[in-house]
Write a protein that binds this ligand. Structure first.
Ligand code: ZN
Ligand code: FE
Length: 250
């Protein structure tokens, strides 16, 4: 069993601490301070850092953590120059063990060219960084719409009961855009109401279930006939591309 602890960082980032059989890992430590205070409070050592992509808000805490703990840093092979403290490079299909839990590496480029997810199949948990957000997806900083759409389709093949741990609390503003482009979607309305209630109480909207995202996230629904019609698109890729452009201007 993998235990997951959610730590808030900066304005809207989430850092995750994972623990299994006494092994402790942290996903995307953009800031060391909140991670260190959590680890000190729990009296835990840090064994490994799992990085989804090289952006500052995901890696800037690594060297400080390595100062205190002799920990491995796992990241995508082609990002060796861009991830500080890098020690273990992985690619599609590789497996990383955290105690008795195993993460499969899934390559999901688009937000950046080197972006990976850690998929704990047995536990049904997906750590997907800035690729899939609840009710949204990451901006295309380096990749193409085609790459991102392919990555999202890969995620869509995972089981419905997969819990999606994304790296930002963007759900409420994503929801406002989603309602604009997909106003007749009942599952979306229901999710937005739930999200508003959670945010009113200052609670996280992450993780969410992949089943909910499949029904309500417009970026996963770019192949839905009614959404394609609304976006005046003839192919799912065209629909996705138009959605992403519209969201950039929203
Ligand atoms: Zn990013
Ligand atoms: Fe980010």
């Amino acid at each position: 069993m993998l235990e997951v602890y959610q730590i808030e960082a900066f304005d809207d980032n989430y850092i995750y601490v994972l623990k299994s059989e006494g092994v402790v890992a942290v996903v995307d430590p953009g800031d060391a301070a909140p991670v260190l205070s959590f680890l000190h409070e729990m009296e835990w050592q840090l064994d490994m850092v799992l990085v989804t992509h090289h952006h500052h808000d995901h890696v800037a805490g690594i060297l400080k953590l390595q100062n205190e703990f002799d920990c491995h840093v796992v990241g995508f092979e082609s990002d060796q120059q861009r991830i500080p403290g890098f020690t273990v490079w992985v690619q599609e299909g590789d497996e990383i063990e955290v105690g008795s839990s195993v993460a499969e590496i899934i390559e999901i480029p688009g937000h950046t060219t080197g972006h990976i997810a850690y998929y704990f199949k047995e536990d049904g948990l997906l750590f997907c960084g800035d690729t899939l957000f609840s009710l949204g997806c990451g901006r295309l900083f380096e990749g193409t719409p085609e790459q991102m759409w392919t990555s999202l389709q890969k995620i869509k093949t995972l089981p419905d009961d997969t819990q999606v741990f994304c790296a930002h609390e963007y759900t409420q503003s994503n929801g406002r855009f989603a309602l604009k482009v997909d106003p007749d979607n009942q599952a979306l309305h229901q999710r937005c109401e739930e999200v508003d209630d959670l945010r009113d109480d200052d609670l996280p909207t992450v993780p969410s279930f992949l089943s909910v995202e499949k029904q309500s996230n417009p970026f996963l629904r770019a192949d839905d006939a009614s959404l394609m019609q609304r976006m005046e698109a003839t192919t799912p890729l065209e629909c996705f591309t138009k959605l992403r452009l519209a969201k950039d201007k929203f």
